[in-house]
Design a protein. Structure first.
Length: 142
């Protein structure tokens, strides 16, 4: 299930943040100088501003893909979904966040990334559309 912010998440706030350097995730790299570079989140996360939306995730069906309850996903509606993409889909007027694992002219399979959930198999008798492709996840460490 996807929950929507009352403002629609259709605008990206402008922020003038600074990148003050880099940090090694493996062994430390001594002597690396810290610099200061401006960071513009919009240019980092949004390629198509008019067709990009931010949605808050509700639920745990995609946790094994690193998308957790409460995360914010960046969704681009201008992209054509391909098999293996994580998508926001509408099935019979209900929105869901899943991996597109199969797409044919007569149906699709939407797969969760949590073994507690089952695939959603969509056939031609159902209303189905891919609303957008997830391009980024904003995850807050708890």
């Amino acid at each position: 299930m996807i929950s929507y912010h009352p403002l629609g998440f259709n605008r990206v706030p402008k922020a003038n943040l600074k990148i003050v350097g880099s940090v090694q995730a493996g062994f430390p790299s001594p002597g690396e100088e810290l610099g200061s570079t401006s960071l513009h989140l919009e240019s980092l996360l949004v390629k198509n501003p008019i067709s990009t939306y931010f949605l808050k995730v509700a639920g745990t069906s995609m946790q094994d893909a690193g998308i957790f309850d409460g995360d914010i996903i960046v969704v681009d509606r201008s992209l054509t979904a391909k098999v293996h993409d994580v998508v926001v889909a509408e099935v019979d007027r209900a929105f869901t966040l899943k991996r597109l694992s199969k797409l044919t002219s007569t149906g699709a399979t939407l797969s969760p990334e949590n073994s507690d959930f089952k695939d959603i198999n969509v056939d031609a008798s159902q209303d189905f559309s891919i609303w957008g492709v997830v391009t980024s996840v904003i995850h807050k460490l708890r």
